[in-house]
Design a protein around this ligand. Structure first.
Ligand SMILES: [Mg+2]
Length: 339
């Protein structure tokens, strides 16, 4: 039976304003894809990030233009499909991810198998962190209260008051912390000062402390730092990984950067080759995007799949999140349905 594809743009609101070193938002537009063969209905999501690409309007224009070609993509040959997607949409990784996801979801639904099982993954996932974005100091205690169910917190730094943020958080909690600087420390001296200060703060890892491509500086920082250093903005696509050897201990895989599950699988394979610890992260995504990457979650040492729980009005239901424990279900595909 022939396939039909439709899409909609949904606005989701965050529980708190979500602020990091370079941006601040309280709502986001997400593109939701639906693909059906008349029997099964599959879902995919694009959560474009301004660091990497344009917005949902641009994505919709690309979809309008390429819809006939998308419908000709193979359901059961992910490699061929991914190559075609990279040619069709070379600059929109989140659109590649949405299409890759919707095809994988359909594939596994036809097979009546959860994708995690198809990929040889398991339901045993590491505890995910819960992100505390940048805010005024007096707003931090309420955020720590909101985060009470979550044993691991990810703290966004990269401001000119990082020490005050950490001091305020440490007054409220002694939980394990992960620190994400989002490229905020611009020089090796800043980065060394920032890191030195965190050594005694029970920090599990330090994510993208310096601007992407400053790999010589990162390598120096890695020698200096007892805290593992994880690439995020430096670890976008599978082909980036070989350049990061020696500079980073781990890499952060996100669907919306790498272009979908097919490329995420490639990055997992390459991480084994280059001996990187694997982190899996997300943008502010609905349960479609989060549930999709969670299918591969058991391959990661560190999970940061909290996008859906940071949204106040997620229109979808998929994986559960109980105190950071991501609960995969046994439904076919990515296991998502409308709320
Ligand atoms: Mg990050």
């Amino acid at each position: 039976m022939s396939l039909s594809l439709s899409w909609s743009v949904v606005r989701v609101n965050t529980k708190f304003e979500f602020k990091i070193a370079r941006s601040a938002f309280s709502h986001y537009n997400r593109l939701i894809l639906e693909l059906t063969d008349g029997q099964y209905l599959a879902y995919g999501e694009a959560a474009p990030n301004i660091r990497y690409e344009g917005d949902t309007k641009e994505i919709v224009a690309m979809l309008d233009e390429k819809k006939p070609q998308i419908l000709e993509l193979p359901v059961d040959d992910a490699e061929t499909r991914q190559l075609a997607l990279e040619k069709m949409f070379p600059d929109s990784f989140s659109l590649q991810a949405a299409i890759d996801t919707v095809f994988w979801d359909l594939y596994a639904k036809r097979d009546e198998t959860p994708l995690w099982r198809h990929f040889g993954a398991s339901k045993d996932l590491a505890i995910s962190s819960y992100t505390i974005g940048i805010s005024d100091l007096d707003a931090i205690p309420a955020k720590i209260v909101e985060a009470a169910p979550y044993p691991i917190l990810k703290i966004k730094l990269g401001t000119d008051y990082d020490h005050e943020i950490m001091r305020t958080i440490r007054k409220e909690t002694d939980k394990v912390l992960r620190v994400d600087v989002n490229e905020g420390w611009k020089s090796i001296d800043d980065a060394k000062r920032g890191t030195e200060w965190l050594i005694e703060e029970n920090v599990e890892f330090l994510e993208q402390p310096m601007p992407a491509l400053q790999l010589d500086d990162i390598a120096k920082l890695r020698e200096f730092s007892p805290i593992p250093i994880v690439a995020d903005e430096d670890s976008v696509r599978p082909e980036d990984l070989k350049n990061l050897v020696g500079a980073y201990d781990g890499i952060n895989i996100k669907l919306m950067k790498c272009g979908g599950l097919t490329n995420a699988l490639k990055m997992i394979e390459l991480s084994q080759k280059y001996e990187f610890d694997i982190m899996m992260g997300c943008m502010l995504e609905t349960s479609i995007g989060i549930s999709a990457l969670a299918q591969l979650g058991s391959f990661a040492r560190w999970l940061d799949l909290d996008g859906n729980v940071l949204i106040a009005d997620d229109p979808y239901l998929g994986v559960g999140n109980i105190g950071g424990k991501i609960i995969l279900n046994d439904k076919p595909g990515i296991g998502v349905e409308p709320r």
